[in-house]
Design a protein around this ligand. Structure first.
Ligand code: C2O
Ligand code: CU
Ligand code: CU
Length: 499
């Protein structure tokens, strides 16, 4: 089954007209605030401003509109624009300050998903920013080169604020890393933020002001039939002939994608959440759950246009089981559907060949773990639970979800999912390694660094987490299901790093 969302679109994103947009497709007309339909756009790259050795970024959260449905603008949230936000480029080793101004009418937060930062700088639900207020996040970039992202994280409202449009990519660069990977932002190094929306004819969606999704959508996680890439509906990108790096972020609230190309070409999976794998993995498919990032190298040297699709139906049975699974999915989850198209242009790609290997990811030894912590995901008490409980109140967290972990300690998290549907588990501040999945070592594409990973129903996944970081007994980090509706309903816990 192939479903084609309506490709007509007249939208205005990333500020006024095409200003600040690195057009990668056929040229955007900068005079037309609506913009042409179907063209791929790249969020502007923001490298900050060096002030006394500190790289300073400014993000203003604001409301806007986007006209996905012709004649019926949708109300949106964005950072420095109507929708989404700039891609922040951070440099390993540098001190960073991000100044966030909340121009929304509601309290929110801004979390750096995938960054290793002190808890006070993490931007989770405890670091709220009132309407009109500012919040400053200061930290040093201590981690390896990778792709991260930012999104709001307010208690009970994360799903709404992300769905309204607040999210952006973060690229961490490491000047010491001699990589021959494509690295020209917007040319051969492209952010691909995949999201889905359920849009009504009047331009509203279930999180539009005054609306709230029903219980079924909260249980399944809100899925929609309109596929967006960087805010545009199933867009068309003109790319150089040759090797192109795609930094894919699943920024959807709930939908899992099983990506592949319509001509079934192979591509190289080179990076996971926490950076490059040991070596490129040649594949035809890659599974990406909400919150996860994958870096891919695709060869467009053959000059043939091709569609990027989700072959969701191929993995349906492993992600959804029994009655629960059958009830909480939609037709797209069982089928194949387009995400965007690529058309090789006339320019040759700057990088011709893919490296054969990268710095090896050193596997973390299980012997260093001081304990094994069981984490359960279940369907209980009319909803999904984590460790048999739910975190529904920031001040009053059930003991099973309120952890204190000594900074520097290494733990095995043994995550068992008995709920009938897949849940992507995310841990703040740390990148972990997957020790095994049902006792089997992870495949090479899952053997690198991760901060979010799919726990399929009926499986036990063991993670090795090294809890390094700045001790802070006042401010916790979070761990949760990254289906944002599940998180909002309390499928979340917190941990303090203590001395
Ligand atoms: Cu991407 Cu706690 O979140
Ligand atoms: Cu996070
Ligand atoms: Cu979940």
């Amino acid at each position: 089954m192939l479903m084609k969302p309506d490709r007509r679109q007249f939208l205005r994103i990333f500020g006024i007209g095409a200003a600040g947009v690195l057009g990668c497709g056929p040229s955007d007309d900068p005079g037309d605030p609506a913009g042409p339909s179907g063209d791929f756009v790249v969020p502007p790259l923001d490298e900050g401003e060096l002030v006394g050795g500190v790289r300073v970024f400014r993000l203003r959260l604001q409301t806007g509109t986007v006209e996905w449905v012709p004649g019926a603008p949708t109300e949106t949230f964005g950072a420095n624009g109507d929708l989404l936000g700039p891609t922040l480029r951070l440099v390993r080793g540098e001190p960073v300050r991000i100044e966030v101004e909340n121009g929304l009418a509601v309290t929110t937060t801004l979390h750096w998903h995938g960054l290793q930062v002190p808890a006070r700088a993490d931007g989770g639900p405890y670091q709220t920013i009132a309407p009109g207020a500012r919040w400053t996040s200061d930290f040093d970039v201590v981690q390896r080169a990778m792709t991260a992202w930012y999104h709001p994280h307010p208690m009970h409202e994360t799903a709404r604020h992300v769905y309204m449009g607040l999210a952006g990519m973060i690229v961490v660069d490491d000047p010491a890393l001699a990589t021959e990977l494509p690295h020209t932002y917007g040319v051969d190094d492209l952010p691909i933020i995949i999201q889905d929306r359920r849009l009504s004819a009047d331009g509203t969606h279930p999180y539009s002001p005054g609306k709230t999704p029903g219980m079924h959508d909260m249980m399944s996680g809100l899925r929609g039939e309109t596929l967006l890439v960087n805010g545009r509906i199933t867009p068309h990108a003109v790319v150089p002939r040759g090797l192109v790096r795609l930094r894919v972020l699943n920024g959807s609230n709930a939908r899992i994608y099983h990506l592949g190309f319509a001509d079934d070409r192979t591509f190289l999976h080179v990076g996971s959440d926490g950076g490059l794998l040991s070596a490129p993995v040649e594949t035809r498919r890659v599974l990406v759950a909400p919150g996860e990032r994958v870096e891919l190298l695709v060869d467009f040297a053959d000059a043939r246009p091709v569609e990027l699709r989700s072959y969701s139906g191929e993995v349906f049975d492993s992600l959804y089981t029994g009655m629960m699974g059958a009830n909480l999915t939609d037709a797209l989850d069982r089928g194949t559907f387009p995400i965007m198209t690529f058309e090789p242009g006339t320019d040759a790609a700057p990088v011709a060949t893919a490296p054969a290997a990268f710095d090896p990811v050193v596997r973390e030894p299980e012997s260093e773990a001081v304990r094994t912590r069981p984490i359960s995901m279940a369907m209980q008490m009319g909803g999904f639970t984590l460790n048999g409980a739910r975190m529904t109140d920031l001040a009053n967290v059930p003991a099973a979800l309120d952890l204190r972990i000594k900074a520097g300690e290494v733990e095995v998290w043994s995550v068992a999912n008995t709920s009938g549907v897949a849940h992507p588990l995310h841990v703040h501040n740390r990148h972990f390694q997957i020790l095994d999945i049902d006792g089997q070592p992870p495949p090479p594409e899952l053997a690198g660094w991760k901060d979010t990973t799919i726990i399929r129903p009926g499986r036990v996944v063991r993670l090795l987490v090294r809890f390094e970081g700045t001790p802070d007994t006042e401010r916790p980090y979070l761990f949760h299901c990254h289906i944002l509706e599940h998180e909002d309903m309390g499928m979340m816990g917190r941990f303090f790093l203590v001395a």
